[in-house]
Design a protein around this ligand. Structure first.
Ligand code: ATP
Ligand code: MG
Length: 408
C-alpha cells in the first residue's frame, strides 16, 4: 500500500477527548475515528488490525469444532421475556419501539437467540453438542464509556455458545475453549491471567475471566503468588482469601483489563425458556449451556495499551497491518517496494513528498514491526533495517532483509 494514495493523514496533536494511550495513538494514526461517546469508526488501516485479530480467533474457534454463524442484532421483546431479561437488562440494553410500535431491542448478548434457534427442531441427545460462534457488533448502554476502545457503547465481540446433553460433556468442551483462549491471547500479544469471577446471580459456579495487567484496567485481581491463578476482587471473600487451586494465601493485587470470559450457565436457560431434548429413553430433559466472549475492539485497544512507547504504537507481528514500513527517500525505493511485494511481504510504502523526519515520525506512530529505509545515505544495493522496538539500524542487502522477514 502506498501512503501517497492513502489520504487519511496522521495527526500531530492528540484529540482532546482521548483519555488513554489507545484512544490517543489510534486516532493520531487514523486507525479509528470517534463518532460519539463510546462509538468509533474503523478506518481502513484499523480495520486490517481488527481482521487480523478475528482471523486468529476464527482459526482457534474452528479448531475446537465450533462453526461460525451470525445471529440477528434486532430482536423482539417477547424473546427476551422468555428468560426475564427484557426487564433485568433495561439499564444496559437499547430498547425501543419500531415504526409498527413493536417493542424491539438490540442484542447485547445472544443466549436467548441461540436457545431459541435450537428449539426450531426436535432436539435429541444424539445430536449434541451444538457449538456456534459469531463476530458481531454489540450495543450496550454503558454508564461510563471510557478508555477509547476498552469500553464502548458499540463494540465488536466474538461470542461462542455451546449446548450439551450432559454436564460432563459441557465441562470437557469448556476446558477446551479455555485452552484455546490461552493460545489466542498469546498469539495476540496479550499475556493473560485466568481469573475466577462471579458466575452471575443464578448459579454458584464461578465464571472465568481472561485478565491482563494494565494500570488503565477497571478490574482488580488477586494473583496467587504460588500458582499465578487470578481471583477477581468481587469473589475474594467468597473463596475466604484462599486460592482454590493451590491453597495459597499470598496474593499480589493488580489492576487489569478483562479481554475475554467464559460462563458455565448450566441448565438455567433451557429451563427458563422451556427448550428441552429427548434423552435415550425419550424423556424430555433440560440441556446445558455455556457462553464464551472475547472483545475484539477491546483486544485491539488492549494491544496498544501494552505495546507502545512515547512515539507511537508497536504492533505485534501477528496483528500488524503490514510487516514492513518502507520509508522511501530516493527513487531506488520504488524497485525495493516491487521486490518486497513480489516476495509476498505486506508493505506500507511511504512514497509521499515529505521530509525524512516526517516520514520517520509516521513510521514510529503507525508501528509496523520493521522499518526499511532507502535513502541517499544508504549504500548502493543495500537497505537500512530497523526494528520498531529496537534502537539499532543495520544496512544489509535486500535479499538478506527478505530472508529475515520470511524467518519470522
Ligand atoms: P465488563 O465487566 O468489562 O463490562 P462484561 O462482563 O460485561 O465486561 P461480557 O458481557 O461477558 O463482558 O462480554 C464479553 C467480552 O466483551 C468482555 O470480556 C470484553 O472483552 C468485551 N466487552 C464487554 N463490554 C464491552 C464494552 N463496553 N466495550 C468493549 N468491549 C466490551
Ligand atoms: Mg459489562
Amino acid at each position: 500500500m502506498r501512503l501517497s494514495t492513502y489520504n487519511f493523514k496522521t495527526r500531530r496533536e492528540t484529540p482532546q477527548d482521548a483519555d488513554s494511550a489507545n484512544a490517543a495513538l489510534l486516532s493520531r494514526g487514523r486507525f479509528i475515528e470517534r463518532g460519539m461517546t463510546g462509538v468509533y469508526n474503523f478506518l481502513p488501516m484499523g480495520w486490517v488490525v481488527m481482521e487480523n485479530i478475528m482471523s486468529i480467533i476464527r482459526k482457534h474457534m474452528n479448531s475446537t469444532g465450533a462453526y461460525e454463524g451470525r445471529f440477528t442484532t434486532l430482536q423482539d421483546k417477547q424473546l427476551w421475556d422468555r428468560a426475564g431479561r427484557w426487564e433485568s437488562g433495561k439499564d444496559i440494553m437499547y430498547q425501543f419501539k419500531d415504526h409498527g410500535e413493536r417493542e424491539v431491542g438490540l442484542g447485547f448478548t445472544h443466549e436467548e437467540v441461540f436457545v431459541d434457534l435450537l428449539s426450531r427442531q426436535p432436539l435429541s441427545y444424539a445430536d449434541f453438542p451444538y457449538k456456534v460462534y459469531q463476530f458481531q457488533t454489540k450495543f450496550r448502554f454503558e454508564a461510563r464509556p471510557k478508555s477509547g476502545l476498552l469500553r464502548g457503547r458499540e463494540f465488536l465481540m466474538k461470542d461462542l455458545y455451546s449446548a450439551h446433553a450432559t454436564d460432563e460433556e459441557l465441562k470437557t468442551y469448556y476446558d477446551q475453549v479455555k485452552e484455546a483462549y490461552h493460545t489466542i491471547f498469546t498469539e495476540l500479544g496479550i499475556p493473560v491471567i485466568e481469573t475466577l469471577a462471579s458466575g452471575g446471580v443464578f448459579t454458584d459456579n464461578f465464571s472465568h475471566e481472561f485478565q491482563t495487567i494494565s494500570p488503565i484496567g477497571e478490574d482488580e485481581v488477586y494473583i496467587c503468588d504460588q500458582c499465578k491463578m487470578g481471583i477477581n476482587k468481587e469473589v475474594i471473600e467468597k473463596v475466604g482469601h484462599k486460592c482454590p487451586n493451590c491453597g495459597g494465601t499470598q496474593f499480589s493485587i493488580e489492576k487489569t483489563i478483562e479481554v475475554g470470559n467464559t460462563f458455565d450457565l448450566g441448565t438455567y436457560y433451557s429451563e427458563k425458556m422451556a427448550v428441552t431434548y429427548a434423552d435415550s429413553e425419550d424423556v424430555q430433559k433440560p440441556f446445558w449451556l455455556a457462553s464464551y466472549g472475547i472483545g475484539i475492539s477491546r483486544a485491539m485497544g488492549t494491544i496498544v495499551e501494552l505495546h507502545h512507547d512515547d512515539k507511537g504504537i508497536i504492533w505485534p507481528e501477528s496483528v500488524a497491518p503490514a510487516s514492513v514500513h518502507l520509508v522511501g527517500l530516493t527513487e531506488r525505493a520504488e524497485a525495493v517496494y516491487q521486490q518486497l511485494i513480489e516476495a509476498g511481504i505486506l508493505v506500507i510504502y511511504d512514497d509521499r513528498a515529505l521530509s525524512a523526519g516526517e516520514k520517520f515520525a509516521d513510521a514510529d506512530l503507525l508501528g509496523m514491526p520493521v522499518r526499511i529505509t532507502v535513502g541517499a545515505k544508504t549504500p548502493e544495493g543495500q537497505v537500512e533495517w530497523k526494528n520498531r522496538d529496537g534502537e539499532r539500524s543495520d544496512n544489509m542487502t535486500l535479499e538478506t532483509a527478505i530472508n529475515k522477514l520470511k524467518e519470522d
